[in-house]
Design a protein around this ligand. Structure first.
Ligand SMILES: Cc1ncc(COP(=O)(O)O)c(C=O)c1O
Length: 420
């Protein structure tokens, strides 16, 4: 039995990626940037179909098989503008998963509505449709499922619930560039799909966001809403602010999309091989993949750890040991929103509308046992760059997990010694 790398032994591999990288096209990014600069069309002005922004809008819509796409400043604003376009605001509730980046819930507070935090499924990390149905009240106006990390949320179940209760659906697709449900792009199944192009995402323009919709009138409403409420139809006025993206960001994104066309099928294939590698290893499980997911790209690669199988070994000790064996860092999920250190809307003066509103948006009022267990004890996560790992090297993941399993007694002892 060879000694664990985190205890001074030789790792299974110096780096599981073995130099593999996903495609990038900096040459195209530069070319489009200069074109945008030389054109003088630096913004995304309504009605200008020639700007770099308008061209990326068309390409991003086509890539996702969406009828319409409107670019906005970032993913948070994409959610906010979508909610405002649905006329969601004071007195309304929006159902949001409790395990997500804070933006999904913050955007709801930013339109003065109440985010209702619902627990997730232990085997997908996405919002649990059964719990969504239980959380519906007469004030509920929308569900905002998040396609989180390495799985799409169960859109069939969620759309059925939305239809039954006449609710809107805003898909937070910030993690899902290139994923498909029955061949349809993530973000095209609900009323709106919100994307982020922030720097850590699978595609980035430094910052940026996009909203997909299948309805022409909704598209023009979004265009108006992102542009200070300029009249989009004779006599129709909406109050709003400026949420427009620049054509420079869109230029970089056109280059990024060109690369992602190649990367998306590769990420899906590699992810499946890595899931199989996890399935072959002791005491761990891959996430469940819904049969409707026809292409899975995601912001992270995740699997679940079973502490009992490792005689109670702390998940953090497992994550550290795995990182040392594979030369790639593994951690956990976002902290659930009930105790996230970037989500405390009840402390902000802007939200101090009434005592009852502040109470309603106080995150600690919710209980999220599944999300908590995932965060502390079960989820083992690494960034999407890991998905460059080719299928022929995926067995190294099985080998590393098996090695930790065989050495669990030694690791338990080392952890106990370190704890004093
Ligand atoms: C799930 C999710 N939703 C929304 C956002 C917000 O996107 P942005 O950072 O572009 O505002 C993020 C960004 O990190 C995210 O991870």
């Amino acid at each position: 039995m060879s000694k664990l790398a985190c205890l001074g032994g030789k790792p299974v591999t110096e780096n599981i990626l073995g130099g593999a990288r996903l495609t990038s096209r900096p040459d195209l990014e530069r070319k489009y940037l200069l074109q945008a600069y030389d054109s003088g069309d630096w913004d995304d002005w309504p009605g200008n179909t020639k700007s770099m922004a308008a061209r990326f809008e068309k390409e991003w819509a086509d890539f996702n098989k969406s009828k319409f796409c409107a670019l906005v400043t970032n993913g948070t604003h994409a959610l906010q503008v979508a909610l405002e376009t649905l006329d969601i605001g004071a007195g309304d509730e929006v159902i949001v998963p409790g395990l997500t980046w804070q933006a999904t819930a913050s955007a709801v507070c930013d339109v003065n509505a109440v985010p209702v935090l619902v627990d997730v499924q232990a085997d997908t990390l996405c919002i649990d449709p059964k719990k969504v149905e239980e959380a519906i009240t007469p004030r509920t106006r929308a569900i905002a499922p998040v396609h989180l990390y390495h799985r799409m949320a169960d859109m069939d179940a969620l759309m059925r619930i939305a239809k039954k209760h006449e609710l809107h659906v805003v898909e937070d697709s910030a993690h899902m560039h290139g994923s498909q449900w029955d061949g349809r792009g993530a973000g095209t199944l609900g009323d709106f799909g919100a994307y982020s192009f922030q720097r850590s995402k699978l595609m980035t323009g430094g910052e940026g966001g996009a909203i997909l919709t299948q309805d022409e009138d909704s598209y023009w409403k979004i265009v108006s809403q992102r542009s200070c409420g300029r009249e989009y139809k004779e006599g129709v006025k909406v109050h709003s602010g400026n949420y427009r993206m620049t054509s420079f960001q869109a230029a970089v994104l056109r280059g990024q999309l060109s690369a992602h066309r190649k990367n998306a099928p590769r990420i899906d294939r590699n992810g499946l091989a890595l899931d199989r590698a996890v399935a072959d290893a002791p005491g761990v499980e891959p996430l469940r993949r819904n049969k409707h997911i026809t292409r899975q790209c995601g912001y992270a690669f995740v699997f679940c750890y079973d502490k009992k199988s490792y005689d109670g070994l702390d998940a953090n000790a497992f994550r550290r040991a795995l990182s040392a064996e594979l030369g790639v860092g593994f951690g956990s999920t976002y902290a659930p929103l009930t105790h996230s250190d970037v989500y405390y809307p009840h402390t902000k003066k802007r939200h101090a509308l009434s005592k009852s509103y502040v109470k309603a948006i106080t995150p600690s009022r919710w209980k999220l046992p599944v999300a908590d267990e995932l965060f502390y004890d079960r989820a083992v996560l690494t960034s999407w760059h890991f998905l460059a790992c080719p299928p022929r090297r995926a067995h190294l993941l099985t080998d590393a997990i098996a090695k930790i399993y065989e050495n669990r007694a030694e690791l338990l002892k080392a952890s106990a010694d370190a704890a004093g």
